[in-house]
Design a protein around this ligand. Structure first.
Ligand code: SF4
Ligand code: SF4
Length: 321
């Protein structure tokens, strides 16, 4: 795709990256077939290719985001299905992440939207607050019909979707070191996360049990928390980078270079969080104080399935007759 950024625009490292990404798109449209929002809505502007055109136009003309860009970029799920289909290697993720930051900087959303987004950005990354909010939502559920179409029905949907029972905290939901069963074969840090940890604590419990049975000592540093995706996908870069730096500091301190006992991996059991942690090195690439540590953390990040495969799963045990 031809681009027309000025030299002054290209001096901005984020625009230089956007330019490279845009230039790699050959308009083929293969990505549309695997984009869930395009498949559902059938609008080219709700496809990866359509969004790429919107972002190109907005960035090249250096203009504030308008309602059209916000509507179609907000609808992108960041599932990244388009990236697995693209034959040209277009890094859509970095492009849409930059577009969201641009939107957040240049577009003033309606008041209720700003309230709702602020609420989500502050509640979800804080497990204690989120647990309390879910309990409140459960009590408020009978009143859901009263909020009707407020915020396009989103508030009502959130109340109706709140779980009927908020799971209790599990015994393993704590910072600390979980020793390997038998001989220690690896030492890993685990991302305890935020929303998933509240909605289904059994996932972290099962991950710790699996890892320790596979011979890994599991470290959950107290200072590590939300991976930053929630704020990142809202374009709130300041908040996102605060979470990223807290995690980088906490995990780097466990590596040999950081003065710790060493890590073989940082294990993540939520795929969206894993994608973000693997991108920490990119997110902090321009920051001389953080780029090296962030790149090291990203290099250690593994999905739990990748780690289990690398360390080797025991052969399945046939059930006895
Ligand atoms: S990341 Fe966005 S554009 Fe790409 S396939 Fe998913 S919804 Fe579509
Ligand atoms: S598949 Fe890749 S190259 Fe083709 S239109 Fe989509 S993003 Fe562009």
């Amino acid at each position: 795709m031809q681009t027309n950024f000025s030299l002054a625009q290209l001096a901005d490292p984020d625009i230089a990256v956007a330019n490279q990404i845009l230039r790699s798109c050959v308009h083929c449209g293969f990505c549309t077939a695997t984009c869930p929002t395009y498949v559902l809505l059938g609008d080219e502007l709700d496809s990866p290719r359509g969004r790429i055109y919107l972002i190109k136009d907005m960035l090249e003309n250096d203009r504030p985001a308008g309602e059209q860009e916000v509507k179609h970029i907000d609808r992108c799920l960041s599932c990244l299905s388009c990236m697995t289909t693209c034959p040209s290697g277009v890094h859509y993720m970095h492009l849409v992440d930059h577009a969201r930051t641009h939107i957040e900087r240049t577009y003033r959303r309606p008041f209720l939207d700003r309230m709702l987004r602020g609420l989500l950005a502050n509640l979800l990354p804080r497990p204690g607050w989120f647990r309390l909010a879910l309990r409140g939502a459960r009590l408020a559920r009978p009143f859901a019909p009263l909020v009707g179409g407020m915020m396009d029905g989103r508030l009502r949907a959130m109340l109706e979707l709140a779980p009927k029972r908020v799971p209790a905290r599990s015994a393993l939901d704590r910072a600390g070191v979980f020793p390997a069963e038998g001989e220690r074969r690896a030492r890993v840090a685990m991302l305890a996360g935020c929303a998933q940890r509240v909605l289904d604590p059994a996932i972290n419990d099962a991950t710790i049990r699996l890892l320790t049975r596979l011979g890994a000592e599991v470290v959950v540093p107290p200072a590590a928390g939300c991976c930053g995706s929630l704020a990142h996908h809202m374009g709130r870069e300041h908040d996102a980078l605060a979470s990223v730096k807290a995690n980088v500091d906490a995990w780097y301190a466990e590596t040999v270079e950081g003065g710790g006992e060493g890590l073989d991996a940082i294990v993540i059991n939520a795929s969206g969080c894993g994608t973000t942690v693997k991108d920490y090195g990119f997110m902090l690439r321009e920051d001389p104080d953080w780029c090296h540590k962030a790149a090291r953390v990203s290099a250690l990040a593994r999905d739990v399935t990748e780690f289990a495969d690398a360390i080797g799963m025991p052969a399945p045990v046939a059930p006895s007759a």
